[in-house]
Design a protein around this ligand. Structure first.
Ligand code: F0G
Length: 483
């Protein structure tokens, strides 16, 4: 077993965190809810799946949901809502303007995030589009710890440059640094000095850092980033999709936060920001929705004007009143420590067992997902033959498990002049865990499938792309196994 601070024997929390002891006195971490409504899954055979994946041109985004047994493609909008959220859905006020649903939504968001203006959007990327349309010009530079792919695409769509300034520790899959999502403050300072603050309309921090392995950002790092930005009047925005998971890691790992509530940790972090974008499909615990916050009146007005153009009136922003009510409740529920404890433990449980089998995973396991280092696992496959894609396809074929490649398929860069492709820094496969959706036996099944794949990993081969669109190619590209 690896021995590193936040992850051992599956029962790390018993010693580190007294909460579980208080609750049950047992070592088993239970789901802190019971199941009230179920959705059957269709059991398919290996033979079925071989032909299904071939027909989908080896792109898992092209497989029908009913053909998937355990869907770990994303934790976005795939979680289960609570009975309180379903009750809130029934309270939805569908008035076009000034609905009570909006009032409850706004109150809940302000209560947790503390920003002055709250603008609902249909999901995170809509908030991003509006934010960058208002803030960026051609050739602007937007630094981030690591831009998520939609964030990067939305920055680049404005003709601006999306720059990743992740700390070096965050790029090393084996490094056990507890806050591998941190931004490199020195690099940020150099960037501002070299490029000029006038060319950096805003800086973002993604919590947790999804594309870097769901790794948290420390409060201390946010404080330092804010200090540098303040000296140059550059606003700081959070990509807050997994804000509660990030806060839980801070409570667990950062000196001085052990006895603080999750809510107060979130409030402190947001107090260093000028606004945020939010995909409520993650820590909003809903299936659809998002929002954009800002403290600046003029920016907010411009954002609302754009919102009306494409999303809708500022009191619903492309959502139904009932969606806003579900978010209002979800945001409060996600702050529950029993929930976050179970959530982070589930991910850790999966990560620990995969490590035991011998899988090189991104350590320590992140909040919402386990990331397998496919480059280290499958050294026989060149990065540009997409080892992550190969493992993803195998997981589907053998176990009906859908995952996502986060490597060169997603982030490989093609030079428009030469057509030459540069691989991504890392070749990862993400097993993202939907919130409150699977039981431990589902996770045990995943572990069993992965054990089988591990025994024949040396036989796996690479893939080539035979068709692709100009951007966000991973969603629609067609692949072929390399013979
Ligand atoms: N920011 C982060 C950090 C994300 O992880 C996502 C979505 C978005 C922004 C965009 O939000 O989907 O509501 O428009 N991530 C999903 C994922 C798609 O699978 O990681 P959205």
């Amino acid at each position: 077993m690896p021995s590193y601070p936040y992850f051992y024997e599956g029962f790390f929390f018993e010693e580190k965190n007294t909460m579980l002891k208080k609750e049950t006195n047992f070592r088993t971490i239970i789901e802190p809810f019971i199941i009230k409504s179920i959705e059957p899954i269709k059991i398919t055979s290996k033979e079925d799946r071989k032909s299904i994946i071939e027909r989908a041109n080896y792109n898992l985004f092209k497989i029908q949901a009913q053909d998937v047994l355990i869907d770990l493609l994303t934790d976005s909008g795939t979680g289960a809502m609570s009975s309180e959220q379903w009750a809130a859905i029934m309270r939805g006020d569908e008035s076009y303007a000034g609905s009570q649903s909006f009032q409850r939504f706004e109150k809940s968001v302000k209560d947790i995030f503390g920003f002055k203006h709250v603008i609902p959007t249909h999901q995170g990327r809509a908030a991003e589009r509006i934010l960058f349309s208002v803030m960026c010009k051609k050739d602007s530079i937007v630094p981030n710890n690591t831009h998520f792919d939609t964030t990067r695409a939305n920055v680049e769509y404005q003709g601006a440059q999306a720059l990743d300034l992740l700390i070096e520790e965050g790029k090393d899959p084996k490094n056990l640094f507890p806050f591998k999502g941190n931004m490199d403050v020195k690099k940020l300072q150099t960037l501002i000095e070299e490029q000029g603050a006038e060319n950096i309309p805003l800086c973002m921090i993604t919590i947790t850092n999804n594309s870097g392995g769901g790794q948290p950002v420390s409060m201390e790092n946010v404080r330092q980033v804010k200090k540098v930005l303040s000296e140059h009047n550059i606003p700081l925005y959070f990509d807050a999709a997994r804000f509660a998971e990030n806060a839980y890691f801070i409570k667990e790992r950062e000196v001085g936060y052990k006895d603080k509530s999750i809510k107060s940790i979130v409030r402190e972090m947001m107090s260093y920001g000028d606004g945020c974008t939010m995909s409520a499909k993650k820590d909003g615990l809903v299936n659809i929705g998002g929002f954009l916050c800002t403290n600046d009146d003029i920016t907010a007005q411009k954002q609302k004007d754009l919102l009306i153009l494409t999303e809708g009136f500022p009191s619903y922003g492309g959502l139904a009143g009932r969606d806003l009510d579900a978010i209002a409740v979800g945001l409060q529920e996600v702050l529950d420590e029993s929930y976050l404890h179970y959530r982070i433990s589930e991910t850790r449980y999966l990560g620990e067992h995969l490590t035991q089998i011998g899988y090189p995973i991104l350590l320590p396991p992140g909040g919402h997902a386990v990331y397998i280092d496919a480059k280290a696992l499958l050294p026989q496959i060149e990065p540009l033959a997409y080892p992550g894609q190969s493992l993803s396809v195998e997981l589907y074929k053998i176990g009906g498990i859908r995952t996502v490649e986060i490597g060169s398929v997603m982030f490989g860069k093609i030079d428009p002049k030469t057509g030459k492709e540069t691989p991504s820094d890392m070749e990862l496969v993400r097993l993202a865990l939907p919130r409150r959706t699977h039981t431990q036996s589902h996770i045990d099944y995943v572990i069993e499938v992965m054990r089988e794949i591990f025994t024949s990993k040396n036989k796996l081969g690479g893939y080539k792309i035979i068709k692709q669109p100009p951007f966000l190619r991973h969603f629609t590209a067609d692949f072929e196994p390399i013979k």
